[in-house]
Design a protein around this ligand. Structure first.
Ligand code: UT7
Length: 331
């Protein structure tokens, strides 16, 4: 039997922790200035999960908000995919913790790690399962507590990251709405420019990183920056051209929220009006896998992303990885 269904987002929700760290606060931790952070990144503040708040706590709240938005009950969810690089623990997965917390007893649940591209990877997976008819309702979440793996003495990285979670419900939708195309890619040969080791690394490696606690994030910022601007352009073009559209057919772009200069650089290369690119990194910094779904939620709530819009979500991150998806927005 040839069963091909159409997948799309029918509900969105997000949640960020209450505690805020401003650039002024960071001035007291490392040698930096509010002015440097704002002009070089566009970030003004970030939300931080206090000691006993974990990724699953943020993910659960975002999931409940998305279920509410979609008008779905937890029992109707067949699959939970959580994209994260900061899980509460090795096992159970954040997805299983969320399953238990919300009572999604009919779901299968698992985590994926594609760093900041993780949410797009999750959408890509969900799309396959809905299209084949294997699942009807899938909860895709991006959730991070990056503050727990940030080296708060490293000014190259500690100014950038924040904590939060965003969630969507992917279900069958009628044409012409829903996911029109997805594109994901990885290049492990570039993995060493952005790392967060799980296990203890050698002394030589620690010396190279100039940090004591080698389990924290380390990044060659300018290498990631150059890669990011190029891949944002390429991934956006690839996904729209795949369905015979051009960049000019896009109504709204929701990019990974890493640095306003990356967004501006990609917009320039795409010759795309910056006014139609949603950003909220000013308030949250870079929330890795959570950044795109939180931005989607806020773009909908602010009225920028509306029914019938052609929207592209595009991201890049550790791995290195990248991904994009184009949708005709339904809800
Ligand atoms: O989600 C994916 C993960 N990451 C990213 O997307 C990040 C991508 N990269 C970036 O956003 C930027 O590369 C950064 C914001 C990390 C750095 O900005 P940059 O314009 O590339 O600066 P830089 O690394 O080239 O450093 C320029 C100068 C250096 O000083 P010298 O060597 O020129 O004297 C740095 O030491 O700025 C210095 N610097 C700082 N100064 C004040 C670096 N960090 C800071 C700081 N405050 N926080």
């Amino acid at each position: 039997m040839n069963t091909e269904y159409n997948a799309g987002i029918i509900g969105v929700g997000s949640y960020v922790p209450e505690k805020v760290i401003t650039n002024k606060d960071i001035e007291k931790m490392v040698e930096t200035s509010e002015e440097w952070i704002v002009t070089r990144t566009g970030i003004h503040q970030r939300c931080i999960a206090n000691g006993d708040i974990y990724a699953s706590d943020l993910a659960t709240q975002a999931a409940l908000n998305a279920l509410n938005d979609a008008g779905k009950k937890p029992e109707e969810i067949d699959m939970i995919i959580v994209a994260t690089i900061t899980p509460d623990m090795f096992t159970p997965s954040v997805a299983c913790l969320v399953q238990h917390a919300i009572g999604a007893k009919n779901a299968i649940a698992f985590d994926i790690n594609a760093a900041c591209s993780g949410f797009i990877y999750g959408i890509n997976i969900a799309n396959q399962f809905i299209k084949t008819g294997n699942c009807k309702n899938i909860l895709v979440i991006g959730a991070e507590t990056l503050s727990k793996i940030t080296d708060w003495q490293d000014r190259n990285t500690c100014i950038l990251f924040g904590d939060g979670a965003g969630a969507v419900i992917v279900s069958t939708v009628e044409t012409p709405y829903g996911i029109l195309s997805t594109h994901v890619g990885s290049d492990g040969s570039l993995g060493n420019v952005l790392t967060a080791p799980l296990l203890k690394v050698t002394e030589e490696e620690q010396a190279k990183r100039r940090v004591d606690n080698a389990r924290t994030i380390w990044m060659d910022g300018s290498e990631v920056f150059k890669f990011a601007v190029k891949i944002m352009e390429q991934a956006t073009r690839t996904v729209v051209e795949d369905i015979g559209l051009t960049v000019q057919d896009i109504d709204v772009i929701i990019p990974h929220q890493a640095n306003i200069r990356i967004v501006d650089g990609a917009a320039k290369r795409l010759k795309f009006n910056k006014e139609n690119i949603f950003t909220n990194l000013k308030k949250y910094g870079n929330m890795s896998a959570a950044s795109i779904p939180v931005a989607v939620d806020e773009a909908v709530k602010s009225g920028m992303l509306k029914k019938d819009d052609v929207v592209v979500m595009v991201g890049f991150g550790g791995g290195l990885t990248w991904g994009s998806t184009v949708m005709k927005w339904k809800n």
